[in-house]
Design a protein around this ligand. Structure first.
Ligand SMILES: Cc1cc2nc3c(=O)[nH]c(=O)nc-3n(C[C@H](O)[C@H](O)[C@H](O)COP(=O)(O)O)c2cc1C
Length: 205
């Protein structure tokens, strides 16, 4: 009979590797006029519509102060090709480095918020902080995408779908895949995601 003792123990400080759900994203801010970008792995969707996104951003990050002071940021979804840069961005601070210059990123002025978009990213979502009640206990910022169009980089060539992606499509056709911009679907750093230039109504559950 199998008992719990037969199962391999797993260290608690590695639990995040088992359950981390979403892509690793970039979060940009503009603090006292200076643009900055950080890497964020602890993030999740909170609500479909109007959408809410939650991100854990620690007080040790310069971005934390920027977010508290300005209440604005851009959630930028990087492409798979940016994976190594994304890690490097998350291993230095905007206090010491101009990360846009250091990592050859193009900061594009947003329409609704002061924080910059990242032109190289697959999608950019302009956000305002909607709820700070979990910042003190968990450094968890609840962000509300500003209504309007999210900005995807439509000029990027369509990637060759991975075998896993084809498999997923074969099992469950994506109900959102109907528009002219579906060709810009790009797998992000961890799970594949779909984003298009157009905002669409949420698929029914
Ligand atoms: C893959 C990866 C994921 C990360 N995820 C987070 C995160 O979810 N929350 C966080 O506060 N820091 C996270 N970091 C660390 C920050 O990105 C890092 O502290 C960054 O240098 C902060 O930049 P800043 O001081 O310019 O804000 C992550 C780093 C990496 C490499």
């Amino acid at each position: 009979m199998t008992t719990v003792k037969d199962l391999r123990p797993h260290p608690l400080d590695q639990v995040h590797r088992l359950i981390e759900p979403g892509p690793v994203i970039l979060v940009t801010t503009r603090h006292r006029g200076v643009p900055n970008v950080m890497t964020n792995g602890f993030n999740m969707m909170v609500r479909h519509a109007p959408p809410l996104i939650a991100c854990t951003i620690g007080p040790w990050d310069h971005s934390y102060e920027a977010l508290v002071e300005t209440g604005e940021c851009v959630v930028s979804v990087p492409t798979a090709e940016m994976a190594a840069t994304v890690v490097d961005i998350g291993n230095c601070s905007g206090v010491d480095v101009d990360k846009f210059e250091e990592f050859d990123l193009t900061a594009v002025d947003g329409e609704k918020v002061q924080a910059p978009l990242v032109a190289e990213c697959f999608a950019n979502i302009e956000c305002r902080v909607a709820d700070t009640s979990l910042v003190a206990p968990y450094s968890l910022f609840v962000l509300e995408p500003v209504p309007g169009l999210d900005r995807s980089n439509a000029a990027r060539p369509a990637p060759v779908p991975s075998p896993r992606r084809r498999h997923l499509h074969a099992r469950r056709p994506d109900r959102r895949s109907q528009g002219p911009h579906d060709q810009v679907a790009v797998p992000s750093v961890s799970p594949p995601i779909l984003w298009t230039l157009e905002t669409r109504p949420c698929p029914e559950q």
